[in-house]
Write a protein that binds this ligand. Structure first.
Ligand code: PRX
Length: 649
């Protein structure tokens, strides 16, 4: 692990206790920690009772086949019924579930009763297309209400959704469709981004052409851009609109798969993280209620994540809807048509809870205090952060400028694999430190360990582990049980290794320091170095590539690639740009290296292993670390010289 980052731990000593007003009304209570410690399983059982079960479980946790957990087994529920129907049945049909704001300024307001109708119609449409329990449905949509409706429609009939972020390329979509053998793709003609229609359908066409498993493509008309229509294609409005609004949900066993979500690992092949129903929804709802202090009758909640990421699954769709939240969904980018768009939206909808990523916060900081100052943000009462470590400076700015120096901030640590928030302050209970995710939530057992797996005490840094199974944990990697065991459970047998470094300060607060493996975190998005390297090497000009994540003020990390060209390939004026575009085509624009350096050699040990640590030193303009183990120590001089002249845009 990078010792320097461990040593660099902030010596932050500022403390932010919750205000008396907040404490008096908070959902979370300090007693929850004690209750969970004295009987963890009973604690989770009580949380499961927040949901509506058709049949009660026989066993809270079955860990006999570890690391494959079963939570609430024997219990039966319908996830979509829990997120929609039961709120209508309890008399809240007229409550707004979704305030949708499109980037061009078009709006839609959807009540719980309308959402029930829409989800039922979509479920009936899926049935008409022959989709059955257990079938996989790929969803490749912009941030429009149909994304939520499509996910819930799958859940309602027991189909497994695999949402693929709309920014991923045709090839990335194709490989995910293939891995899950998806039968249906739900997409749109396009979405609005940065003032333009961003076409999605062409990428689907390209992917589906090479995907024999796909029988149909259901297409939402969002932008009206011209699209090619083949025999598998059906317009959403042609099929869904004519369906009945009546659909009786079936009830499924608690461990019924709910979704697969692909995330980057340390190899070139993304992992299909598998989540199931009862335990996932229990923890998503529990954390959403307590960490965000949701008051369903008062709050307007806004999580800015895209449904293509796990944050969008747990905190746009399942958690908030299970808790009967009224939420804002915004389609576009924060700078369209102007850089105060978010603050205009907070004022317009009177958003009271805002959950976003440090990259966004740092960007707003750069854009200046006068933009938020143009709008009335007094409705905000709680702010959240997720996806990467938040630096104390950004934390303080968030609280002072966006939160009028009074809102609690919850810095929430979790992963695609954990399904829900694991480490976070509880607002109204925790005295927070800017930049620290503080403590594991009640019912969660985390520890920082050394190389040998020994649990470390306060003041020490090491690796973040989770000691006990939790309800929303992943149930495996789709189609690859061995990789699941190997990736998460082999480093410290019987204990989940998260892949993050962390330090405990003198008070025992956890400071998450970021990934310790070859996974980068760019603007809160996980991208593996190997995936980008494979994309580069797939270009005929490239002989070898080494990729590192270099610290970046704005995006947390930035992708820097060192590329060796094949013999005969000569560097032209556009080579770097061509290679950057090639990566975007292979993976998606989010994986485009910020900087590519054409080099003659990359530093390797005598056994041939690339020394990324040295490349990171170069990319971050640091004095080089120890080069004595290099096969050829002079290589580094050449590379360092190139760095000062390398191309960037
Ligand atoms: O490195 C940690 C970082 O994001 C990784 C998980 O990425 P992903 O599965 O894409 O999920 C992101 C949204 C939950 C973690 O291994 N991370 C996430 N939240 C934080 C964080 N790092 C520091 N502080 C956080 N609050």
């Amino acid at each position: 692990m990078n010792n320097e980052s461990l040593e660099n731990l902030s010596t932050e000593s500022r403390l932010y206790p919750p205000s008396a007003d907040f404490v008096a009304q908070a959902n979370a209570k300090a007693e929850m920690y004690e209750a969970a410690t004295s009987d963890r399983l009973k604690f989770w059982e009580q949380q499961a009772e927040r949901l509506s079960w058709h049949k009660k479980w026989n066993q809270i946790l079955d860990w006999s086949n570890a690391p494959f957990a079963k939570w609430f087994s024997g219990g039966e529920l319908n996830v979509a019924y829990n997120c929609v129907d039961r709120h209508v049945e309890s008399g809240h049909g007229e409550q707004v579930a979704i305030y949708f704001e499109g980037e061009p300024g078009d709006t839609r307001t959807i009540t719980y009763s309308q959402l029930k109708d829409e989800v039922s119609k979509a479920a009936n449409a899926l049935i008409e297309l022959g989709i059955k329990k257990g079938d996989r449905v790929a969803i490749y949509l912009p941030m429009i209400p149909e994304a939520t409706i499509a996910m819930l429609a799958c859940a309602r009939i027991g189909a497994i959704h695999s949402v693929v972020f709309g920014g991923f390329s045709a090839e990335a979509l194709r490989s995910r469709i293939e891995d899950a053998s998806a039968k249906l793709v739900i997409t749109a003609d396009g979405g609005f981004r940065k003032g333009n229609a961003f076409a999605l359908k062409p990428a689907v066409d390209e992917a589906v052409q090479k995907s024999p498993s796909v029988e149909n493509v259901l297409v939402v008309k969002r932008c009206g851009n011209e699209v090619a229509f083949g025999e598998k294609d059906i317009w959403w409005h042609d099929l869904v609109d004519k369906q009945s609004t009546e659909h009786s949900p079936e009830f499924f066993e608690s461990e019924t798969p709910l979704f697969i979500l692909y995330t980057s690992g340390t190899t070139g092949k993304p992992k299909g993280i598998l989540h199931t129903s009862g335990g996932y929804l229990t923890q998503a709802a529990f954390t959403h209620f307590n960490v965000f202090d949701l008051k369903p009758d008062k709050d307007i909640y806004w999580c800015t994540a895209d449904v293509g990421w796990v944050t969008g699954h747990s905190y746009v769709v399942y958690g908030p809807l299970a808790n009967r939240a009224s939420q804002l969904i915004y389609e576009g980018t924060p700078d369209t048509p102007h850089k105060a768009r978010w603050w205009e939206l907070v004022e317009k909808y009177k958003v009271s809870i805002l959950y976003t990523a440090p990259t966004a916060i740092r960007t707003f900081m750069k854009w200046g205090d006068d933009l938020p100052a143009q709008h009335d943000l007094s409705s905000l009462r709680l702010l959240g952060s997720v996806g990467e470590p938040i630096n104390p400076e950004a934390w303080i700015w968030y609280r002072e400028v966006i939160g009028s120096s009074k809102t609690p901030i919850v810095d929430t640590w979790w992963q695609t694999e954990t399904g829900s928030i694991m480490i976070s302050p509880l607002p109204g209970v925790t005295e927070t430190k800017p930049g620290s995710a503080m403590r594991p939530l009640p019912g969660i057992s985390a520890a920082v360990v050394n190389d040998k797996g020994e649990v470390l005490g306060n003041g020490k840094g090491g690796y973040l582990t989770l000691r006990e199974p939790w309800p929303s944990m992943l149930r495996g990697i789709w189609g690859d049980d061995e990789r699941y065991k190997e990736t998460y459970w082999s480093q410290y047998p019987g204990i989940y290794f998260a892949g993050d470094g962390a330090k405990l300060d003198d008070d025992g607060a956890i400071w998450v320091l970021g990934r310790v493996d070859d996974v980068m975190n760019v603007s809160g998005h996980r991208i593996s170095t190997t995936e980008v390297e494979s994309a580069l090497v797939s270009n005929p000009m490239v002989a070898e590539a080494a990729v590192v994540g270099a610290s970046d003020e704005m995006t947390g990390q930035a992708i820097v690639a060192f590329v060796i060209l094949r013999q005969g390939a000569t560097e032209g004026p556009d080579t770097v740009q061509e290679l950057r575009n090639h990566v975007a085509k292979e993976i998606g624009a989010i994986a485009k290296p910020k900087k590519i350096l054409i080099v003659a050699e990359v530093p390797k040990t005598r056994s041939g292993k690339i020394m990324r640590r040295l490349l990171r030193d170069v990319a971050e303009n640091r004095t080089l670390g120890d080069v004595t183990t290099l096969a050829d120590p002079t290589v580094m001089n050449l590379i360092s010289q190139g760095m000062t002249t390398g191309s960037e845009d």
